[in-house]
Design a protein around this ligand. Structure first.
Ligand SMILES: [Cu+2]
Length: 357
């Protein structure tokens, strides 16, 4: 039975799981990577109490069932005792003490987790949740990142959580933090990451169709990597069109893949295949697209897809909405913080999906 409980710490979530995402010695919790060790202590204490009383109660029950079963039809009851005051006191007081220990332990832990130390509040990130992405803003750097965030090891950090649509939840099991993200109000969590590595951030509140895909990578890196002149979240290779397309493809698989296919299959949004047409001389022309132009009183127009239209579609999708069924009825997530350089990488990637004339 215990072989089932104690899972292989390396293979529990597939071969690509890094050691930092492995489970702890008992195979029950993700390996702790923050200072909130009381969560583990309390968890295992509660777990041990439950196992002890389960075995005790079921054991006594089974023993009595067998020992005191009626063996003949006319056998009298073994005992007529209905009350035993010392016994009642014992089984009230002992559980009370155990429960009070759990309460005090949990209360002190909850206080630690909710009172944000000054050092963490001076290192405040913003995490914005939106169906079905996370956007991160950094305390002293203008560039935001999506679905990936970088933290400095050993430095207390606070996350200010906001949602621009529905309920989400910020769940970082390795750090032992979890908080609902509620539209119209700021929530916050803090922790101190203690181990360099890569961790999973999950959305833990069902938030619609692609809730299961709403997770982010949390990179905990050493101080030198974090403060490198080229910050780890600000790296973007686009020195040649091929490399830009590669960076774009990578970003596509993080941000756009949920709604846009690249093989012509319609999704929530139109496929990117054939958005451009490659001419015989190697240049690209955009395809014709019927749109509703909300910057011009909602008029229907036929436009030619070009860089400006794509950049606008990313920053302000409502400006020109695709007028074709079924896309006209669907809404696109806006990415106003995605800088133009990255959108140009995405455009280079779209061009690799062009139809040839
Ligand atoms: Cu969510």
């Amino acid at each position: 039975m215990f072989a089932l409980l104690i899972q292989d710490p390396v293979n529990i979530n597939g071969p690509d799981r890094s050691p930092q995402q492995a489970v702890d010695a008992y195979g029950q919790l993700t390996k702790l990577a923050s200072t909130f060790s009381h969560v583990d202590g309390l968890f295992y204490f509660t777990y041990a109490v439950c196992i002890f009383f389960f075995v005790l109660i079921v054991g006594v029950l089974l023993f009595s069932v067998v020992k005191y079963r009626r063996k003949t039809w006319d056998q009298l009851p073994a005992s007529n005792t209905t009350h035993n005051t010392p016994l009642e006191v014992v089984w009230t007081v002992i559980p009370l003490i155990i429960v009070m220990i759990m309460f005090a332990w949990g209360y002190m832990g909850a206080r630690d987790m909710t009172v944000v130390p000054l050092e963490a509040s001076r290192n405040t990130y913003k995490a914005s949740a939106k169906q079905w992405n996370w956007t991160f803003h950094y305390p002293n750097h203008p560039v935001a990142s999506y679905n990936e965030v970088w933290l400095e090891v050993g430095k207390p950090v606070q996350f200010l959580l906001e949602s621009s649509d529905v309920l989400h939840a910020f769940y970082l099991p390795a750090m032992r933090v979890k908080r609902d993200v509620i539209p119209g109000r700021y929530q916050s969590v803090w922790f101190t990451p203690t181990t360099v590595g890569e961790y999973h951030l999950f959305c833990a509140e069902y938030c619609g169709k692609d809730h299961s895909k709403m997770y982010a990578k949390v990179h905990v890196v050493d101080t030198a990597t974090f403060n490198a002149p080229q910050r780890p979240w600000d790296q973007w290779e686009d020195s040649t069109p091929e490399l830009a397309a590669k960076s774009g493809a990578n970003l596509y698989s993080q941000l756009c893949i949920a709604c846009h296919s690249v093989n012509g299959t319609p999704g929530v949004g139109p496929s990117w295949k054939g958005l451009f047409i490659k001419n015989a001389d190697g240049t690209y022309t955009g395809r014709q697209r019927e749109v509703i132009d909300n910057t011009d009183g909602g008029k229907r127009k036929t436009i030619t897809v070009d860089d400006a239209y794509i950049i606008e579609s990313v920053h302000l999708p409502e400006a020109k909405k695709v007028a074709e069924e079924p896309y006209v009825r669907n809404a696109m997530t806006a990415f106003p913080d995605l800088d133009e350089r990255k959108v140009r990488g995405l455009i280079e990637y779209m061009k690799t999906l062009a139809d040839t004339k």
